[in-house]
Ligand binder design. Sequence first.
Ligand code: DGJ
Length: 740
Amino acid sequence: MIAFDEEKRIFYLENKEMTYAFGINAAGLPEHLYFGKKVAHDLFFGNYFRQGRNHPAAYPENTENAVDPSMVPQEFHTLFSGDYSEPTLMLDFSDGSRRLDFRYQGYEILPEKPELPDFPSLRSDGKSETLAVVFSDRDVILKLFYTVYEDVNGITRFLKIENGSREPIRLERAYSFAFSLPAGEHRDIGIPDDYEAVSLSGGSGAEANISRTPLSRGIFSVQSNRGASGAGANPFLAILRKETTENSGTAYGINLVYSGSFTLKAEKTVSSLLRIQGGINDLGFSWKLRKGESFTTPETVMVYSGEGLSGMSRAFHDLYRNHLIPKKSVASPRPIVINNWEATRFLFTREKLQRIIEAAAGTGIDSFILDDGWFGKRDNKESGLGDWFVNEKKLGSSLKEFISYVHSKGMKFGLWFEPEMVSRDSDLYRAHPEWAIADPNHKPLEVRSQLMLDLSNEDVISYLTEQLDRILRENEIDIVKWDRNRDLTEFYSAGLSPERQGEFEVRQTMGFYRLAGNLTKRHPEVFFEGCASGGSRFDPGMLYYFPQIWTSDQTDAYERTFIQYGTSLCYPLSAQSCHVTESPNRRAKHFVPLKSRFDIASLGAFGFELDLSVLPEDQKAAIPLMIKTYREEEALVQKGDLYRLSDPFSGNYFSMELVSKEKDAARITVMKGQEFFNRSECRIFPKGLSEDAVYFCGELGKGLSGRTWMNFGFIPVFPQGDFLTQVYHFRKTEKKSEIE
Ligand code: DGJ
């Protein structure tokens, strides 16, 4: 709900547990006041930095309450305004002036959140109000939008800049949000070290490593310049108080609903405020706005947790499951696939595919995904991308016939695409070389031997929409896996005038969203999975279109514990696509038993990716039970609350717990990394249970109160060996025989 204190000019965005507040100060600037546990409507200005009040006011009016703008925590910051910290907005007027002075004009409360014209965004689902606050300077209108969610401790924000003047203006930076956190109580003459940043970084095959960095004077930033959110840095930043832990203390989570190059910054300012802001990466960015035109930024999600990092994760998971991921898929049973990629790579034959499909049929695996290599001339990465026509010779029949063969085995059919790309050796490139992104003065870089298509070109979008739509219309395709295997290197479009080249990268991302939107809208019956060389584009922008994303090409179950643990900081387990693959794994060479591979893969959207036809009989025989178990517990993965119990980054054990929303069931998965002799054991303390209810754990043969389980804990017992898992199920019971 949104309340406005007319007298003090303070906006309160609040739900049952949380308040986000800012006010319009005497100078007409939006002063950030508070973000945290719910408080009464009694906040006041000037609480973030008292000393600043003694400095001469830098505002032209020199109003009573005005202070040096660098000291004021604002909801946006501008350059050349006496505010010497990082700006949120930068723009050039046609007369060369870059001075900005946006002042408050008014506000509106909208019952529904407006859709963003060019970017995906969270739904408000008729339950959440949106506040639009208007500022203006020299006929340029700046609108700040805020939506507060009733069911989750989070808000979303974006900005809109409208050029109401006769002359064109040029945006040089347009971040999506800014807010500040006050200096903590550790302040002394040194630099206060009261906050720490948590971020996710890595690379393809090693996504989502967690780092925790103390924030000192200066700027800490997380960013991508790749034209995609990227595995190098996820568009996520958490700010924690120094004393915050996994399960206790204050944590703020920030995540951009954007899949292109981004920046998130946390800056310790001169006044020791911590200013946090970010959005589209402005390296090379500019955007021209003619009279009457506007630019709306991507959306940012901001969550508050008083229960440490894990509370932050649960808030993100609920927000995304309730308001972002396509409704029809979020909680319905996901396909359990067998994918041929790791078994065959490009070099499959009809015979090989059939062997895999026959081995899967009847086990409960319900879908077959035909990965890369089915189209054009594609026996390796050197050719074929863009030619989305089936290679009948290689497949041994038409696509239609092959699909009906798969269907006849009782399985759904899925097909791999990489729509945003083209190979130089392809009919599409020969027909339309101008559609590939290239700087006119340099030979374009080929990465994985491929070029990228210019999605800022409407003709390319229409062509791709029609081509993919044709295949989806003409064939009974149930699932699409949408891959992207390289990043942008040439930031140039032949279709844009020289003065608009700075718009290219953002237009490329907008083009991808349009294409994904066209196809997902036209084919609501198809289930889409995102992918980008594994998890190189794992972000909320993708989740708006695709309910799940291939988490990593690293599929070794032990290595996956790190990747899935890191990814869970921000993204729900049901969004993470996880497969049982062969052991020793192609990349990590660990010998991991099938049970462990299953237990780790079933912490996500589960499937298989190996040659089932050569699996030893006893392992093949175990598959039906695995699938039955997965289906029985799928609701926990899709709807449950996540608690991370042991952190593989800092010890030998990985452990995650899922607790049903009703708190009547919980499941704890533990993996022991390496076998050690006589080292300390792992003790597991379940979380999130009802204190007074009794839970029976079959594996431990005990029924104890939630309070006892959570405080007394238990020691998981493993046989000898590396990479072993144990799974413990807890269910509420009132049966006398199960109560100790
Ligand atoms: C990268 C993906 O992550 C893999 O799963 C596979 O689809 C290959 N691309 C195919 O080229």
